[in-house]
Design a protein around this ligand. Structure first.
Ligand code: NAD
Length: 508
């Protein structure tokens, strides 16, 4: 099954254009048996792929990267039609996905090079850590960044020597099928990258299958179900889940730049990004000016149309969540500066700026995932940090300000922070990407993201023999006494322990 469309299936799934409501195309709904068969085929590919040198894999992956770049127009068109995002955002997504693929190809060998480490008291040993492909990685993806997000797992998993079976969101399957078609034409090995299509049941089948790891990106609720399904076989999971990213704007921030970045961070992809700016805390002294600047920026944006800045929401279900959050906030006292629930028309939402928001409102605690900017006035940076950390999520975050910005960033309980910018960490391929708490665990991108798709092996090689061999029953009669002395000497108050402790202090 190089492509989803090539597999017979009894039922089909239709992908719709959220801007027009028209069908874009259909794909099969793959059964659990078909998913298992895809994983079995992937295992054959994985064995051959893992036996290749880094150089040989890099050549194949580079050809794949070039083929994807050569199909950029078709990929961006599908992104635009299935997801609803404007053309410029679609191209920007293709570019970001390819920058990660390039990075994964270039970094794999160095990131996975075996490492010599200290052998401690077993000084006659040569100790090495090495990294090995896991086998078959199951990737389950969301609809909001249907190319960039899964590529964060797919590229790194392939570069680390694994085969991949990918289950895209049921809202954006055609793009994945296109990528699989391109892969099938590029890779010499059949079934190295396969796509299975369908809704939650197909994803659940992949989570239960014989894959060696599941890399899931989606909501926290589904992530928990995936983890439970994977637990049956003790399959390790990587969970990239939702967020409620805070932005803090300090008194000495450049207000114009902070407002411009805030509007982009909150509204790009219609606010449907896991690392969207979802709530903003602004120092009292600049709050009003910042709000004016944000409102001015927002009012200059065009919603919908071929030249629109803000595209259609990808699904009516998400529109309903955004509407609910707005109504809840207004009922509890929030002030609407522009937009609002009445400005929603079909799948289009006018970007909404709210002030007078409180943490008891859904818009400040739950993932809104829409074009909404709730701004809260704070009396101190300590209050801002406390409120920013008052969440079960912990994915991205951002800080605008001068001197204090770095120290604020260090206090945020989040996987990633941008200083005087928003979202930048996702576009820097050497930075690991991932969250804490309800935002999940494990990392994609960077060296950590490559190692995530390997099994770690420790090797202790005896380089030469010494008289005291601890790995033997043949010990002198007074060995217990000797050990007792050594424990005190090495780890208690003995001369050796005191000397090494003093050396550590001296080194600082
Ligand atoms: P979702 O959880 O509804 O679906 C994600 C995927 O899981 C889909 O492919 C879906 O078919 C599949 N699925 C559904 N039920 C399943 C089950 N029981 N077992 C296995 N798979 C199942 O998420 P979504 O609505 O597609 O995406 C939006 C969410 O994704 C948001 O919460 C967003 O923040 C998050 N997200 C996170 C990141 C990140 O890197 N942290 C990136 C993008 C999106």
């Amino acid at each position: 099954m190089a492509t989803a469309a090539s597999t017979p299936s009894s039922d089909r799934l239709t992908s719709y254009n959220p801007a027009t409501g028209q069908p874009v195309g259909t794909v099969p709904i793959h059964s659990a048996a078909e998913v298992d068969a895809a994983v079995a085929r992937a295992r054959v590919a994985a064995t051959a792929w893992s036996a290749l040198s880094y150089e040989a894999r890099a050549e194949e992956l580079t050809a794949f990267r070039k083929a994807l770049a050569n199909h950029a127009e078709e990929l961006a068109d599908l992104l635009h039609r299935e997801n609803g995002k404007p053309e410029i955002e679609a191209y920007s997504e293709v570019m970001m996905a390819l920058s990660h693929l390039k990075h994964a190809i270039e970094r794999a060998e160095a990131a996975l090079a075996p490492r010599r480490v200290s052998s401690g008291m077993l000084a006659n040993f040569r100790s090495t850590i090495s990294y090995h492909p896991m086998g078959v990685i199951g990737v389950i993806g969301p609809w909001n960044y249907p190319m960039f997000t899964p590529m964060g797992s797919i590229a790194y998993a392939l570069a680390a020597g694994n085969a991949v079976v990918f289950k895209p969101s049921e809202l954006t399957p055609l793009l994945a099928v296109k990528i699989a078609e391109i892969a099938a034409k590029t890779f010499a090995l059949p079934n190295l990258f396969q796509v299975v299509t369908g809704a939650g049941a197909t994803g659940a089948a992949l989570a239960k299958s014989a894959v060696d790891k599941i890399a899931f990106t989606g909501s926290a609720a589904t992530g928990k179900r995936v983890m439970m399904a994977a637990a049956e076989r003790l399959t390790p999971v990587l969970l990239e889940l939702g967020g409620k990213d805070p932005m803090i704007v300090a008194e000495d921030a450049d207000i114009e730049k902070a407002a411009e970045a805030c509007v982009f961070g909150a509204l790009t992809n219609s606010g449907q990004a896991c690392i969207s700016v979802e709530r903003v805390y602004v120092a009292d002294a600049i709050h009003d000016k910042f709000v004016d600047e944000v409102v001015k920026n927002v009012r200059a944006l065009k919603v919908g149309g071929d030249d629109g800045d803000i595209g259609a929401m990808t699904s009516p279900a998400q529109v309903a969540i955004v509407k609910d959050h707005l109504e809840d906030a207004i009922k509890k006292g929030a002030k609407v500066h522009t937009g609002g629930p009445d400005a929603i028309s079909g799948n289009y939402i006018q970007p909404t700026v709210l002030t007078d928001v409180e943490h008891g409102m859904k818009v400040m605690s739950d993932e809104t995932f829409g074009p909404v900017i709730p701004i809260k006035r704070v009396s101190s940076l300590d209050e801002a940090v406390k409120l920013a950390n008052d969440t079960t999520f912990g994915l991205g975050s951002s800080v605008f300000g001068g001197k204090a910005a770095r120290s604020i960033a260090g206090k945020l309980r989040a996987g990633m922070t941008a200083i005087n910018s928003v979202m930048a960490f996702s576009g820097i391929p050497s930075l690991p990407f991932g969250g804490v708490g309800d935002s999940g665990f494990g990392r994609i991108h960077g060296d950590e993201g490559i190692r995530e798709f390997t099994r770690v092996k420790s090797t202790a090689e005896q380089a030469f023999s010494i008289p005291m061999n601890m790995m033997s029953f043949r010990q002198p009669k007074d060995m217990s006494k000797k050990l007792r002395g050594m424990i005190k000497q090495l780890y208690g108050d003995g001369v050796v322990a005191r000397a090494t402790d003093a050396w550590r202090k001296f080194r600082g």
